[in-house]
Write a protein that binds this ligand. Structure first.
Ligand SMILES: Nc1ncnc2c1ncn2[C@@H]1O[C@H](COP(=O)(O)OP(=O)(O)O)[C@@H](O)[C@H]1O
Ligand SMILES: [Mg+2]
Length: 322
């Protein structure tokens, strides 16, 4: 982490006081700060480290050769912030303020407490429950529907850009449009997005981009939840598709229904994927039909009789059978 680039603790950035660095990627730095009412906020600063540096003061200065590129990225960052200010949805990061300073741009967001889905996945030693996956992604779909209604696409959905709040609700972060704009113009550098999560049309034919492109990334993110791995990069899949389908990979761990939803989202052919977030959400919310034997009254009675303690402890348990 390039700490020397970050604004120091105690720095007064307009109405906000910097507390610490929350994250430092190659394109931006996210700070924890507090406003004049001592309320915590997260502030994202546009700072693409491969083409710009912070000078002795706080000012950000692009390399002489990269001024045009820096400005282009800055404009996209700005546009992203402006678009986000229009969206007020509990599953989308809330932008509170947006301003220019230090020759760069700052986006002030509501500070969310929790952890990224990436950290959540990596921190677990047992499989993520199906109910968690269905709920989190169905809720996320609520936010994404709003994004698509505003005629925007996210295009950088992946575990690191989904935040799980302390109460378990998901929030979509990082509309990485600036990062994308830069990576398109920086072919000498490795692509800045994690390739396994981006749809094939994102790098091959951007005229085909649509809600189905975000749906591919949602599929890839659910795939990561069940396998702890991203699918192979779409560019690789197009040449030689080595993706192990979810229905094969996690056959006995999750319902076939969920695994098929994931595989459907991950079709290379965009027309074969769910075409709208609404249809995907509907599928996630339709619970997998349980095998007949588990729902039969007889089996439930046998189950209960096999567990005499729960019968005596919970007077109401018999009524649940009906
Ligand atoms: N509003 C926020 N509240 C709390 N943490 C945040 C917030 N926004 C970003 N972060 C933290 O910063 C990290 C990077 O943010 P992100 O928007 O993905 O920027 P980038 O990927 O461009 O560095 C997130 O994974 C999260 O840990
Ligand atoms: Mg990010």
């Amino acid at each position: 982490m390039l700490n020397n680039l970050a604004l120091p603790t105690g720095y007064q950035l307009q109405d906000y006081e910097i507390k610490k660095v929350l994250s430092s990627g190659g394109f931006s730095i996210v700070y924890l700060a507090c406003d004049q009412d001592k309320k915590l906020v997260a502030i994202k600063e546009y700072l693409p480290t491969s083409i710009a540096l912070r000078t002795n003061g706080a000012t950000v200065l692009p390399n002489t050769d990269d001024v045009a590129l820096f400005r282009h990225g800055l404009k996209c960052f700005f546009d992203e912030g402006l678009s986000l200010t229009k969206i007020d949805h509990k599953n989308i990061v809330r932008v509170l303020n947006f301003f220019r300073a230090n020759e760069t741009v700052y986006m002030v967001m509501q500070y969310e407490q929790g952890q990224s889905l990436q950290d959540y996945i990596l921190g677990r030693t047992v499989a993520i429950p199906e109910a968690f996956i269905r709920r989190v992604f169905a809720e996320l779909c609520n936010g994404l529907r709003e994004v698509h209604t505003q005629k925007l696409l996210h295009l950088d959905i992946k575990p690191a850009n989904i935040y799980i709040r302390l109460d378990g609700t998901p929030v979509l972060l990082d509309f990485g449009s600036a990062r994308q704009a830069l990576s398109e113009n920086m072919s000498k550098n490795a692509p800045s997005y994690t390739p396994g999560f981006a749809s094939p049309e994102q790098s091959y034919d951007r005229t085909l981009l649509g809600p189905w492109s975000d749906i591919y990334s949602i599929g890839a993110t659910m795939y990561a939840c069940i396998s702890r791995n991203s699918p192979p990069a779409a560019s690789q899949r197009i040449k030689n598709d080595l993706l192990v389908q979810a229905v094969v990979l996690a056959k006995d761990q999750y319902s076939n229904d969920l695994l098929e939803i994931i595989d459907n989202c991950l079709h290379l052919d965009y027309l074969a994927r769910p075409q709208s977030v609404f249809s995907l959400q509907k599928k996630l919310l339709e619970l997998a039909p349980e095998p007949i034997k588990k729902t039969s009254l007889m089996h439930k009675i046998v189950d209960v009789l096999n567990k005499p303690r729960s019968l005596s402890n919970k007077a109401g348990s018999i009524s649940k059978l009906s």
